[in-house]
Write a protein that binds this ligand. Structure first.
Ligand SMILES: [Zn+2]
Length: 167
């Protein structure tokens, strides 16, 4: 399914390694859609992923993402988000949701149809698993390609990174 044509698409569901699922609703996909690198002048974009852990199961719903903002550094093949400005939104959402909408990880775009993490991406993800403050044992990393959106799950304890399949 293409995300490149700016047409709203259905939600995407990924299977987690522990039997749970990660749901990316249509509304979130719609906010990402304009940043798909489907033309030569579009630089990489990215932000933070936030959402909810569903009670009594291992399911996760992505409710919010942050979008590129001033202070981020972006080129055709790289994106560095301004930690402070994105963190401000994470803190705000955490309070506005009565402490349910939490930091889940990050997303960024790649100018390739089926995205895979670069060496720098994997280094960055492992660093975030060590340094970022989060309650759960996992962080999630999304890369938005021009034809597919892929999601990886990072385990805080083992530092392993697993690509999740869609269900
Ligand atoms: Zn990347």
């Amino acid at each position: 399914m293409s995300v490149a044509d700016n047409v709203p698409i259905n939600q995407i569901v990924y299977a987690r390694s522990n039997g749970g699922r990660v749901l990316i609703p249509e509304a979130v996909l719609a906010t990402i859609s304009p940043y798909v690198q489907d033309s030569w002048d579009k630089t990489e974009a990215g932000g933070v992923i936030m959402g909810r852990y569903i009670k009594d199961c291992d399911d996760i719903v992505v409710d919010k993402i942050t979008l590129p903002m001033p202070g981020d550094k972006s080129s055709r093949f790289s994106f560095f988000r301004n930690k402070k400005s994105h963190q401000k939104i994470v803190d705000r959402e955490w309070e506005a949701s009565f402490f349910t909408c939490t930091y889940l990880g990050g997303w960024h775009t790649h100018p390739e149809p089926v995205p895979s993490p670069s060496f720098d991406d994997k280094y960055d993800w492992k660093r975030k698993m060590k340094q970022d403050v989060f309650d759960s044992d996992y962080l999630f990393f999304m890369i938005v390609g021009t034809a597919e959106i892929r999601l990886w799950e990072g385990n805080k304890h083992t530092s392993s990174i697993t690509a999740l399949n869609r269900v």
